[in-house]
Design a binder for this molecule. Structure first.
Ligand SMILES: NC(=O)c1ccc[n+]([C@@H]2O[C@H](COP(=O)([O-])OP(=O)(O)OC[C@H]3O[C@@H](n4cnc5c(N)ncnc54)[C@H](O)[C@@H]3O)[C@@H](O)[C@H]2O)c1
Length: 378
């Protein structure tokens, strides 16, 4: 890092040439100046070759060694979850900066080791918590940091889809390869943002109720997320996760997540109650267009009254956030960014998710539906 890097073009390599690489990371990095995606690696060389051809990428590798040696400065790890920690460690050991897709690891012990390696080698490492770069999340954080609503007492948050299981029957819904279901998938983002909102407060207690998919006849898969992927792996992960997390200072988080909820559309929400006021965010993270709400909004209620911000979807969307995250990665490597997102944010999230799964309690769908019906925004 430092002066030498500041003027230098960054060459970035991608490990895992699937959906997120093609539809999010590559388009985002293409918009960033002095950065080039120059090498790709995949265990399926056909996928690597196809992606490289579509985006004019010169380096196509089936050997990890050759890929890591191909003159790149940094990598994006975008493989199935179970392999994230291993690829991150190998890349850092070879002197490369890393941004890793969520979850950065299945076990917190691995993340601790990764952070150590990154620090020893003075390399940038952080999780691809892209939603932190959304306009609505940044705005919500700004209100909380400026003490508009006082100390946080209670957060209700959720990300619910009515038909959004990512490719049933692939690695995504197989516990050995994914590490879990909706909690580790959508939950990685939501847990990270909630921990950020709670600031210094530590999670002290947690419980988790989960629901498995009952009918295989209608897999409720995510329409925007298809591909030639069906490999018939057992689907053994939860589709709904409902949890309560107690924090120091007697504050509490209620988190609801579902890939297959009985609601009329998809939504992401945060209701943040503070000692001096409340913030309500109605939005939708991710790539689904099946929206529950017509209009996204951020509402602040405090002693001064009610302020309603209608969110403009041309700037408040997933691709803008990927672009901002890519820019943050390049800036951090060049030594010019804040420490808004670091490896320890990944560690806190993996630690909490690991604890939640160790307290997992299976409930039936009917019980979960009653709980989700408790979602009343207005
Ligand atoms: N932030 C988001 O909005 C978002 C959205 C989708 C996926 N993701 C994350 O991105 C990651 C990838 O998801 P995806 O949808 O692109 O998956 P995908 O299945 O479409 O792509 C994975 C790619 O990795 C390759 N691969 C599989 N095992 C490998 C291995 N051991 N070594 C090297 N390559 C391997 C596959 O051939 C495939 O090309 C996941 O961790 C997922 O959680 C994030």
């Amino acid at each position: 890092m430092g002066e030498e890097m500041k003027s230098q073009r960054l060459n970035i390599g991608i490990i895992g040439c699937g959906w997120i690489a093609e539809y999010a990371h590559i388009p985002a990095f293409k918009q960033i100046s002095d950065v080039k995606i120059s090498s790709v690696f995949d265990i399926d060389i056909g996928r690597a070759a196809r992606l490289a051809k579509a985006h004019d990428i010169q380096g196509i590798y089936s050997s990890l060694n050759d890929f890591l040696d191909s003159g790149i400065d940094a990598v994006i790890v975008a493989t199935p979850n179970h392999s994230h920690a291993q690829y991150t460690m190998e890349s850092l050991r070879r002197g490369l900066h890393v941004i890793c897709e969520k979850p950065v690891a299945i076990r917190a012990g691995d993340v601790k080791q990764i952070i150590e390696i990154a620090e020893q080698n003075q390399l940038v490492y952080f999780p691809a918590f892209v939603n932190r770069f959304r306009y609505d999340v940044l705005k919500m954080r700004e209100f909380i940091q400026s003490n508009r609503i006082g100390e946080i007492i209670h957060v209700e948050a959720g990300w619910l889809r009515r038909s959004g299981i990512p490719r049933p029957g692939t690695w995504f819904t197989n516990k050995a390869l994914s590490g879990g279901g909706v909690l580790i998938d959508l939950g990685s983002h939501m847990v990270d943002i909630c921990l950020m909102l709670f600031g210094d407060k530590q999670p002290l207690s947690q419980n988790l109720d989960t629901v498995m998919q009952e009918s295989k006849a209608d897999p409720l898969d995510a329409g925007w997320f298809k591909g030639e992927y069906s490999v018939g792996l057992p689907m053994d992960v939860e589709v709904t996760a409902i949890s309560e997390i107690g924090f120091s200072g007697s504050s509490k988080l209620n988190l609801k997540l579902s890939w297959a909820a009985d609601i009329n559309g998809d939504c992401t929400y945060f209701i943040v109650k503070g000692t001096k006021g409340n913030i309500k965010l109605k939005t939708l993270f991710g790539f689904s267009n099946d929206k529950l709400w017509n209009e996204d909004s951020l509402i602040v209620e405090d002693s001064a009254g009610v302020e309603v911000i209608t969110l403009d979807n041309s700037i408040n969307n997933a691709m803008e956030a990927f672009h901002a995250m890519g820019q943050f990665f390049a800036d951090t490597i060049r030594g010019g960014a804040t420490r808004y997102l670091t490896g320890s944010d990944g560690l806190r999230t993996v630690e909490l998710i690991e604890k939640l799964y160790s307290n997992e309690n299976r409930i039936d769908r009917e019980t979960a539906i009653n709980d989700l019906e408790g979602l009343r925004f207005e």
